[in-house]
Write a protein of this length. Structure first.
Length: 263
């Protein structure tokens, strides 16, 4: 990263901002993106999302987000994972993006240990139909057990397959689908309060509609795709749009790294 500098982030004194035209260290990024202390002190969950969008609103190209990302975007992606207790992701995104277990990273080891966290975040997969291959490394080789979040009426045969594979199952919702608010609270009850969702758009839309999204980290990619790609959040929305305030804005090579918190 040759240029990554704060515009509105108040964690950096104004007199130091002129000198920020340089690559930030991972420690500096981790300080800038630290979770609020309330998420550590009183057990209240804090759900942040991390998504990328083109300047014409596409959340992916050819079905994947990687093609509209960048090295700096992936560096922030890794930092956000390094701070989280759990990464919450939809089953379709797991299939499309080829999800693997989160790995422990030495750069965040001391910070995680001081916060009482394990070496790596858990991956929590949200799924109603459970059409997942439980022999994949995400489920069979995680350093931290993968969690499967589903509804009480999920297909019984698929539930048995998950449990046989050693996957921890969390019920969050009375029907076959998952209740977004229940999912957040069920994870918090397991001590997973620093939550990060990476989508996909349908899952993020459910969190937005349920009013449980606390923070949005959005990378604006300086690309145009046109076409019919999804936006970052889909599905039915809240009755009244929810207002978020800009917390920080970083830039490198035309990519904007925005961070918003619920007002």
């Amino acid at each position: 990263m040759r240029r990554l500098f704060p515009v509105t982030d108040q964690t950096v004194p104004a007199e130091d901002r002129a000198a920020e035209d340089r690559e930030w260290t991972l420690d500096e990024l981790a300080d800038a993106y630290a979770y609020p202390s309330a998420a550590r002190a009183d057990g209240r969950p804090w759900l942040r999302a991390n998504m990328v969008s083109t300047i014409d609103g596409a959340a992916q190209h050819d079905g994947r987000s990687q093609t509209i990302s960048s090295a700096a975007d992936m560096r922030i992606f890794g930092t956000l994972r390094g701070l989280a207790d759990a990464v919450v992701v939809g089953a379709e995104t797991v299939r499309l993006e080829g999800y693997r277990p989160a790995r422990a990273r030495e750069a965040f080891a001391a910070r995680r240990a001081a916060a009482g966290q394990g070496p790596a975040p858990a991956i929590a997969v949200v799924s109603a139909g459970l059409q997942l291959d439980f022999s994949l490394p995400l489920f069979s080789e995680p350093s931290v057990p993968t969690i499967l979040v589903t509804g009480a009426e999920a297909p019984a045969a698929r539930l048995r397959a998950a449990e046989k594979a050693g996957v921890e199952v969390v019920i969050a919702g009375e029907g076959p689908g998952v209740d977004a608010a229940d999912a957040v609270h069920a994870l918090a009850e397991r001590g997973l309060v620093r939550l990060l969702t990476e989508g996909g758009p349908r899952l993020l839309g459910q969190f937005v509609a349920a009013g449980v999204l606390d923070e949005m980290c959005l990378t604006v990619s300086p690309t145009l795709t046109a076409g019919y790609a999804q936006r970052i959040a889909g599905g039915p929305g809240p009755a009244v749009p929810e207002r978020f305030a800009l917390v920080s804005l970083l830039e490198q090579d035309g990519f904007l790294f925005t961070r918003y918190r619920r007002v």
